[in-house]
Design a binder for this molecule. Structure first.
Ligand code: ASP
Length: 440
């Protein structure tokens, strides 16, 4: 079923100045289905420029200490004034800026201050397009603990946007039960866009940014990596080490759940097809056999050995409980018949290291307990792996040809990925070797 609705979200660099506003308008008017738009706050216009959201956080940091915040505040004002005057807008920007300045002087909190970036950009964009401005404070609801109240949000938003009147809904913020403004974490306008897409039952959620979608590997490691034209939500989850740089991780959930595809597109190259993320994709014998490679350095492996471990009921649970007590979540947990390894972030482990070792020794009485540091984890992901029995063999021989020693293997139960742990120093060599093997 098609509703002929596309929800678009434009990132900060796509709305950084007046000429970008014009580009955005051209994109919106190119399809009659693009009737809801979610803007971020103005981002950087050039390397070294300020992001408006950063300026607003600086205003708050200063005002909350009773210090003069006029320097970042004026910089922020100038950004909006330039857009306003260049586009000849009507909105009473000066009155808005003055009331923001007054609230900041009275001690407005960080979330309120930061949210003004999207609020003002939304006002100006609505003015420019002659569209309705729908304040996110009317349609995005958080619970007291700061988590999204998705049921209430969905119901209210659905009702308020049901008339299909083209609307601008500022990203990044909403309200708490008491009416105070609350924001998502940084980059959270992506989440607002996904929430709007779900509420209006969009056919597609278009996330417009300054890159043409996801790349198969980090371009700082692999030269000119290929773009990913299609990927499933599940694959992207497995590639989460790289996902968050293009799309906020939490932005997948609202649309993934209801099967609305997300498309990452480039505002500066609107002809480029970008990356399509969808629930299901045909698993044809694809070339290349993998969809992407991503990884991260800085893990530690807590390796526990104990004879007959497998017959000891509750062994794994008792070990994990110890990590849980210190608020440490595990990244992977490969296990053998008499061994169990818990892979955790080295940063999270370090303050509790001795305590954790002591408790594991006490609670499960292992034969040996060692911690290996400086491990990197690399996920090679591909929906095609299921039908491609040679993938693992190719991956490991490529690594061995490059002289990389595999320290850990974890083939996800989803059969979508092969995860390897290597020494930090082999991180880049491994990614290059895998890429070369499968892509060339
Ligand atoms: N403006 C906010 C930030 O810089 C939210 C966003 O851009 O999505 O994090």
């Amino acid at each position: 079923m098609h509703n002929n609705i596309i929800v678009t979200k434009f990132g900060g660099s796509s709305l950084a100045d007046a000429s970008h506003f014009r580009q955005v308008r051209d994109i919106l008017t190119a399809s009659a289905s693009r009737i809801y738009v979610v803007p971020s706050a103005p981002g950087k216009r050039y390397a070294g420029d300020d992001k408006v959201t950063d300026l607003l956080y600086r205003c708050h940091a200063l005002s909350s200490h009773g210090e003069d915040f006029s320097e970042p505040f004026e910089k922020m004002c100038e950004r909006y004034r330039a857009i306003h005057s260049e586009l000849g807008l009507k909105a009473d920007l000066e009155a808005e800026l003055e009331s923001i300045r007054a609230r900041m002087s009275e001690g407005a909190d960080a979330d309120w201050c930061a949210s003004r970036g999207e609020y003002l950009n939304g006002l100006l964009l609505a003015d420019f397009l002659s569209w309705r401005f729908m304040d996110a404070a009317k349609v995005i609801f958080f619970r007291e603990d700061g988590t999204l109240n998705s049921e209430k949000t969905n119901v209210v938003m659905m009702a308020l946007l049901a008339d299909r009147v083209p609307s601008v809904i500022p990203g990044f913020y909403g309200v708490l039960p008491g009416g105070q403004i609350h924001t998502f974490s940084r980059g959270g306008s992506d989440i607002t866009g996904a929430i709007v897409a779900r509420a209006v039952k969009a056919d597609t959620y278009e996330n417009w940014t300054d890159v043409s979608g996801f790349l198969m590997a980090d371009p700082r490691i692999v030269e000119n990596p290929r773009e990913i034209s299609q990927i499933t939500y599940a694959e992207l989850r497995e590639l989460s080490y790289m996902g968050a740089t293009v799309l906020h991780e939490d932005a997948m959930f609202p649309v993934h759940k209801v099967g609305i595809p997300t498309i990452i597109r480039n505002t500066n190259h609107p002809d480029h097809k970008g990356t399509l993320i969808s629930l299901e994709l045909p698993v044809e014998p694809a070339v290349p056999a993998i969809t992407g490679i991503a990884g991260h350095r800085g893990f530690s492996v807590v390796a526990i050995e104990k004879a007959m471990m497998n017959s000891e009921l509750g062994f794994g649970r008792r070990v994990l409980q110890i990590f849980e007590q210190y608020g440490i979540s595990f990244e992977h947990m490969p296990s053998g018949i008499d061994s169990l390894s818990v892979v955790v972030s080295a940063e999270a482990l370090s303050p509790h290291r001795e305590e954790i070792v002591r408790q594991i020794a006490e609670v499960v009485e292992p034969d040996s307990l060692t911690i290996h540091d400086d491990m990197a984890i690399i996920a090679t992901v591909g929906r095609g792996m299921v039908n491609n029995c040679g993938t693992a063999a190719r991956l490991f021989s490529a690594m061995s040809r490059s002289g990389v020693n595999v320290r850990m293997i974890d083939q996800g139960s989803s059969e979508l990925s092969i995860i390897v742990g290597v020494d930090d120093r082999d991180f880049e060599t491994t990614i290059r070797a895998i890429y070369k093997e499968f892509v060339g």
